[in-house]
Design a protein around this ligand. Structure first.
Ligand SMILES: Cc1cc2nc3c(=O)[nH]c(=O)nc-3n(C[C@H](O)[C@H](O)[C@H](O)COP(=O)(O)O)c2cc1C
Length: 371
């Protein structure tokens, strides 16, 4: 009996009225204009385990790597058993396979050609550069100038060794000068326009500016929003940090939402002095990297910034905490972003209290159980 199998690493999409079929293993995409192919996939799926009987539609399905016959099907099944089950849900599998670079080795150019290709690509998108400097509307709040004294005197080793995740804040307030220093050091345009001008001298037009952390394509897709809870000389509220100008824009007077609920009831976080919500401007990444792989860049950008924040806040003798556990749409509402072109990705916290990984609730519970 000839064995057959349907490649399960595929996804069927519907976009702008067109059915698409993606082979996630090869990265190849097909438009399905004729229903008979979908019907045939459906039919084959019902016939799994039965002898294979060819039909006219099959040639195209075989070419697309969707229908596997004989040895190919056996190999695929063998590999599936060897791999064992995928540990997350199917969406993650689609994302993982879909965001891989699947260029076959025969498409690998020489180094020189790749460089020319990259320059040509950059040239081709130059005219459609999106607005890169985010300037939210609202009352502007000036921040104290950056003061490097603390960073200058605190060793990197000390910062690395003293950084821990703390979950026991005491609502004590933090001077605005410290918040300002942390924002500038982590998200500010610390080099001014030197990157742009140095490259311009060499005949290269570059977009964006550099921060203290690296950023995919120098796009600085990550935005920072300050949720001021207990900050001296700053009203409680939600602010956007204009990285390129080192000022805040007030988005909301006070905090109208239930922060604890937004943070999936990690309620200890509301006792911090401030939170920083990091969002990603997907539209910037769409422009230069129009492939799902760039979602990885968005996450990695945020990861770099997060660790810089941790070290800088530690140097300023603050306890830090961080979370990726929140209700996305509620957090997007808090920072007033559309959740489509710009979406929140991570939350940081700084404040005073006990340097304790346990929350006050858990600590209390343990004490009660022990007594
Ligand atoms: C990507 C990421 C997500 C995290 N999410 C949470 C979270 O949702 N809640 C929390 O209390 N801690 C969270 N943490 C903190 C970790 O639990 C913590 O880093 C870990 O226990 C190690 O402790 P340390 O940071 O003190 O070295 C997160 C850390 C990272 C890097």
């Amino acid at each position: 009996m000839t064995y057959f199998k349907i490649n399960e690493n595929l996804t069927i999409t519907l976009n702008e009225g067109i059915f698409g079929l993606w082979n996630l293993e090869t990265g190849e995409q097909y438009e399905i204009f004729e229903r008979q192919y979908l019907d045939r996939i459906f039919e084959l799926n019902e016939l799994i385990g039965m002898p294979y009987t060819p039909k006219t539609e099959d040639d195209i399905l075989i070419e697309a790597g969707i229908l596997l016959i004989g040895r190919q099907a056996e190999e695929c099944q063998k590999q599936k058993i060897l791999n064992g089950p995928w540990g997350w849900d199917l969406i993650s599998k689609i994302f993982h396979f879909g965001s891989k670079h699947n260029f076959p080795s025969k498409f690998t150019n020489t180094e020189t050609n790749e460089e020319i290709g990259y320059v040509n690509f950059c040239e081709s998108i130059a005219e459609s550069t999106p607005n890169l400097d985010t300037e939210r509307e609202g009352k502007q709040v000036h921040l104290p100038d950056y003061n490097s004294k603390v960073i200058d005197s605190y060793s990197l080793k000390k910062a690395l060794w003293n950084r821990t995740t703390s979950r026991n804040f005491n609502k004590k307030s933090v001077p605005l000068e410290i918040v300002s220093n942390i924002l500038f050091t982590t998200f500010g345009k610390i080099h001014g326009d030197s990157h742009k001008s140095k490259l311009a001298e060499r005949g290269i037009l570059t977009v964006g500016y550099r921060r203290s952390s690296p950023s995919a394509g120098c796009l600085q897709a990550t935005e920072a929003y300050l949720v001021a809870l207990n900050v001296n000389n700053l009203d409680r509220g939600v602010y956007h940090y204009r990285s390129h100008q080192h000022i805040l824009t007030k988005l909301e007077d006070g905090i109208g939402s239930d922060l604890s609920q937004i943070l999936c009831h990690q309620s200890f976080a509301v006792d911090a002095s401030f939170l920083i919500v990091m969002s990603s401007r997907f539209d910037k990444l769409w422009w230069k990297y129009p492939h799902s792989r760039a979602y990885r860049s968005a996450l990695m950008d945020v990861g770099h910034l997060s660790q810089t924040f941790n070290l800088v806040a530690t140097a300023h003798k603050l306890n830090t905490w961080l979370t990726g556990y929140f209700i996305d749409d509620l957090l997007n509402n808090l920072i007033k972003v559309d959740g489509f072109k710009e979406h929140s990705l991570f939350v940081l916290a700084g404040g005073h209290g006990l340097q304790d990984p346990l929350t006050p609730g858990v600590a209390k519970l343990l004490k009660a159980t022990a007594s």
